[in-house]
Design a binder for this molecule. Structure first.
Ligand code: SF4
Length: 190
């Protein structure tokens, strides 16, 4: 079995193991689907957001709502195809009213799923979308407006933090900075 197929199988097995997960409170909050993550199991770039929203919960796929469409629209001209990357979130179940995941929820889910996904895929670079995704990885509070676009080496991970696309929908003037981060991400992935 080649590496790509092996990684795909490992991800499928991981999903199968947790598709009915109730390990944290979000498992009991009216979720429709676990949003495991989607994309290329052999990806060089892995995007990590905060958690699924309403559309994602309904479809079981990450970044399919308005912010996901904006992300795709920005990535295409930069030369990053969604089918080449892997996209997921820190927590796999939708927090009620799209609130920020509680620390116990993030901690439980990243240990059960996110870190295992990273270990399987072994991306060259991780792009965190929004403050809480980066905070979950490096376990310290940050200010995203100050740290975005800066390469961070944390343990074995190389991380490029940037804004969450949902923030860009509300703050269009920041889109240029996001595009510049995506250009940097593309270069780092080569
Ligand atoms: S958010 Fe993660 S840990 Fe919590 S129930 Fe869902 S899959 Fe399990």
């Amino acid at each position: 079995m080649n590496t790509k197929n092996k990684k795909k199988l490992l991800l499928e097995n991981l999903y199968a193991q947790y598709q009915n997960c109730t390990a944290c409170p979000l498992g009991f909050q009216d979720r429709k689907n676990i949003v495991f993550g989607y994309g290329n199991s052999n990806a060089l770039i892995m995007f990590i957001g905060e958690g699924p929203g309403k559309d994602e919960d309904e479809q079981g796929k990450p970044f399919v709502g308005r912010s996901g469409k904006l992300l795709t629209k920005i990535l295409e001209p930069v030369g990053i195809k969604r089918e080449d990357v892997f996209i997921t979130n820190v927590v796999k179940c939708r927090p009620p009213q799209n609130r920020k995941p509680l620390s116990v929820e993030s901690k439980t889910c990243k240990n059960l799923l996110l870190f295992k996904q990273i270990n399987i895929i072994k991306p060259k670079i991780i792009c965190t979308l929004g403050a809480s995704a980066l905070e979950a990885l490096i376990e310290q509070p940050i200010k995203i407006s100050q740290i975005r676009g800066t390469i961070i080496h944390h343990k074995t991970l190389t991380i490029l933090p940037t804004y969450h696309p949902a923030y860009l929908l509300r703050n269009r003037k920041e889109i240029e900075k996001f595009i510049s981060d995506m250009k940097k991400l593309k270069k780092l992935s080569l």
